[in-house]
Design a protein around this ligand. Sequence first.
Ligand SMILES: [Zn+2]
Length: 562
Amino acid sequence: MPKASFGASTLSREASATRSGGNSPFRRVLVIGLDGATFDVLGPLMDRGLMPHLKELVTGGVSGALESTKPPITPAAWTTFMTGKGPGRHGIIDFLRYDPDADRLQFNNHIEIREKTIWEILSEKGVRVGSLNVPMTYPPRRVNGFMISGFDTPSVELDFTYPRELKDEILRRYPDYTHEKKWQRHPLGGDKLFRQNLEYICQSFDRGYELARFCGDRYGWDVLMVLFKLVDNLQHKTWRYLDPRTAHLNPRRSEWTIGCFARLDENIGKLVQLARAHGAVVFVMSDHGHGSLEGKAQPNLLLRDWGYLKLRDRLEQARTRTSLIVNRLFKKKNGSPAAGNHHLEHELAVDWSRTQACVMHAGIYGFLYVNLRGRQPRGIVDPADYERVRDELREALLASRCRTPTGEQVPIFPEVHRTEELYGCRRDEQPWLPDLLLVPAPGLAVVKKIRGFSAVRWMPLRRMEGTHRVDGVFAANGTGIVRGETIRAGIADVTPTLLAGLGLPVPADMEGRVLREIFDRPIAVEYEPPQSRDVAAAEKPMLTAEDEAVLASRLTDLGYLE
Ligand SMILES: [Zn+2]
């Protein structure tokens, strides 16, 4: 791991020396991360008086929609927050990454982030940081403060904290500390099991606050982030009890679900007290919003129907499945390509010798790769035909329509992007980027599987679950921040704003803008030359096949990786 040039003993002096003039608007910042939060849920709860602490933050400060990344999915979006840059720069577009050279899907992790994160930037300036449960921070890196990695930590047996000894402390305090717990289902579980699931989520909210206080007391902080991941999980699992169209069908479950948000609010209230005691302003933000899951879009079905994707015959499919199961049973520990490719081969028996394009993975949006000769080992599309094939596919996907349950004709993919155009980067420098990014209509989630005969499988309303939306939430409150204003911002804007508010220079290549409108007086923003992260020197610990299997099962529980 590259040595950073910070030391705990000289912090405050370094920090204040770096800050411009010592009269910056913020002394300290507490960031409360609410994964997947939306004002569509929080707004009515605040109006009903069920989230008084959040309401106080919103009404006494600035707030508004925070636009997520494309795709609006946890790893891409939180990494965009952490770097102030988009996926074309930091390299994280999904939980998974398709490596065309190795023809393999693998899980992204902290090490793969190609740009410096806010934790590194602040640490190098001598600012004391604490990062608690932020996704894409496993494995944790050395920082000037502490870091507890998030739900993408494969196992608590691994080192999930910086400093390392913090892990032992956490496990002593919470012997049941885990990321493995899933939403429990049982045909006879009924309301009792439902409430147990909710109680676990509420406990995770309590624990978020407790750990923030404990670690804060132990290590101190100038910038602290506490992330409540299970807000997103809660909405995925209980959307039908939150959505006004269906909540009345089971008023008791609806009230219990809302009770979780009240418990979240209690912890927000305690965190705000902590912030006030430290002279910190409070930011509240989410990585993306949430809404109903209306149906699943199957672009690979369209590709098959159009002749771009060929599946192997049934006998061969059965043989592949058997060999994959055997592989899984006996080769768990080595990260063999077969094990890594499991997610794709098991779901979709593609005949690569006759396939020109395939959606290799999907995370709300679809990630389509042309099967390009010379790039993928089994590629068949001549490089001379690449742009033609890509254009044909883009046109065809944009033109595909479906009939909604209410009889309306809508485009399945209102946007289909060439990723280098979307992200403003060069393809040859970013080989992991898909050739096309498929944006489904709101309410649809893209899956790579093919089930049935229709390009969209609609969900029955009564069984409705939740899925992501682009608009998340943002609020800021405290000394130096205007009151009662509504703004609209992008998730990449938060980090440059935070740096500028602390009187620190903003790296000139950050894609987000400083949200000058949140400050109660004009602020001077200083920029500094871009500093890239030394990616080549970074270790690249590949997760073991076992780690990947654990993560796959955890994400499948949330409806991802389909
Ligand atoms: Zn989610």
